[in-house]
Design a binder for this molecule. Structure first.
Ligand code: ATP
Ligand code: MG
Length: 442
């Protein structure tokens, strides 16, 4: 970990410098704000130890300037105050300081602090290993830990270079949308438009005009020529979301554009040429729709030139902790809140949960967790999980879940009579008491 020590008093600065070096920290010093910024610009530092009073600028002013530059987001700022002024220290924390220490410096405390920072930085670093930022579409993608999902991303990357259609299938919330964007971002079309259209969200009689455009006067309300998504997406990618909902009558027109890149606008006689790459997605079973005559077979074979099936979260449980950590951290930052620490029991339960709404459900849960109270949300979630209808054989619950559910069921059935519950469960009252406390039910 590299430290920049900014202090204008040579005596205290030198002493601290020597001490930090002796503890194995690579340290550099600056005596003025100007020098501080020069050093920050020419070298990467992890921690800034910043004296409150400098000859050219105050520590608060420096914090302000640092906050304006995202380059310094990962720089941990610790203020050193000579006067022990709590008010300025609080102000500094608001402006992004991590902590403050008072002069004379308690060296033991400082080392503890640095060790803690080092540990936290390591955790963040590990977490960032799983994030890929696609700057051209400004999306952070959480990299998977599971083998199956890694294969999905790998396949997506390989497919991206081709111009052939891709079909993405998978339950709601598994990440079809994000994989579609990834394919676009990794393709040679990446600086051209990515145009999504949700076939389920647009009424049947409007979708044709949305896709293919319309000429002026072609139907009531068409007061001018309208470009369709196929024109807008020219040279880019058209993402046909929920393609299973597309009316059969439109499917042949769609097939034709995919085959030869031409179509007519509604009410138009001019053949329009377009060059789009189709990515389609659905959470329906297209094979079933084929059998029922709801989906054209020729179209199906055309759009599924490449087919990626994204597995649900419950089939790739290793990915759950990565998502949990990422979303909690990301959302906490968004709302400027401290990242809550899970207790182990809760964490394990959440990692074991089947998440029927997949990544979307998990993300929404993290959002509520941060915005509402951590403890209430955790308890509520877990109790909700337990309330799920278990008549259907559910293979996704761990032993712990079942034990918890059973204890709570009996407890509720006895009208919250502890003595009776303990007797029925054949456990001591003390054990029952501890369990209830653990579940937040007492
Ligand atoms: N690998 C990932 N990294 C970051 N966020 C993800 C990842 N996978 C999914 N998400 C997030 O989870 C949510 C659901 O993903 P997405 O919208 O891609 O699902 P979907 O399969 O298209 O769902 P639906 O069938 O309901 O349209 C989104 O907010 C998305 O950003
Ligand atoms: Mg989607």
């Amino acid at each position: 970990m590299k430290i920049l020590l900014v202090d204008d008093d040579p005596i205290s600065s030198n002493a601290l410098y020597d001490y930090l070096l002796s503890k194995g920290y690579k340290t550099n010093t600056a005596a003025t704000a100007k020098e501080c910024f020069e050093k920050l610009q020419s070298e990467e530092f992890d921690v800034l130890l910043l004296d409150f009073v400098l000859p050219d600028k105050s520590g608060l002013e420096i914090l302000n300037e640092l906050a304006k530059n995202t380059r310094y987001n990962d720089l941990t700022k610790i203020m050193i105050t000579g006067f022990g002024s709590i008010k300025t220290a609080v102000e500094a924390m608001k402006k992004g300081a991590y902590d403050f220490i008072t002069k004379p410096i308690d060296l033991k405390y400082l080392i503890q602090l640095l060790k803690r920072i080092e540990k936290e930085k390591k955790i963040i670093e590990e977490r960032n290993m799983y994030i890929e930022h696609l700057s051209n579409i400004n999306i952070d993608i959480v990299q998977a830990k599971s083998r199956t999902m890694n294969q999905v991303w790998e396949l997506a990357k390989q497919i991206a270079v081709s111009d052939s259609p891709v079909l993405l299938t998978g339950e709601t919330g598994v990440g079809k949308d994000i994989v579609a964007r990834y394919i676009h971002a990794k393709s040679k079309r990446s600086n051209r438009p990515f145009v999504p259209i949700n076939c389920a969200a647009i009424p049947k009689d409007l979708i044709e005009a949305e896709l293919f455009g319309s000429e002026k006067g072609s139907f009531t309300g068409a007061i001018q020529r309208k470009r369709g998504k196929f024109e807008i997406a020219n040279n880019g990618t058209l993402f046909l979301d929920e393609i299973g909902e597309l009316d059969v009558s439109l499917q042949s027109k769609l097939l034709r554009v995919i085959e030869d890149g031409t179509f007519y606008r509604i009410g138009g006689s001019e053949l329009v040429k377009t060059n789009v790459r189709i990515v389609a997605a659905t959470n329906r079973d297209l094979k079933k729709l084929l059998a029922n005559g709801k989906f054209r077979e020729d179209l199906y074979y055309r759009i599924s030139t490449f087919h990626i099936d994204i597995p649900p979260l419950r089939q790739r449980k290793e990915d759950i902790p990565v998502f949990l950590n990422y979303f909690i951290d990301m959302i906490a930052r968004k709302y400027n809140k401290k990242t809550p620490k899970f207790n182990e029991e809760d964490y394990n339960l959440l990692c074991d949960y089947s998440w029927p709404g997949n990544v979307r459900e998990l993300k929404a849960f993290c959002e509520r967790l941060i915005v509402l109270s951590y403890h209430n949300e955790i308890k509520e979630k877990i109790n909700n999980i337990l309330d799920l209808d278990t008549k259907e054989a559910n293979t996704n619950y761990s032993m712990k879940f079942i034990v918890r559910k059973h204890i709570l069921d009996v407890y509720n059935k006895t009208g919250k009579n502890k003595l009776q519950t303990a007797r029925l469960l054949q456990i001591s009252r003390r054990t029952l008491h501890n369990k209830l406390k653990e579940y937040g039910v007492d």
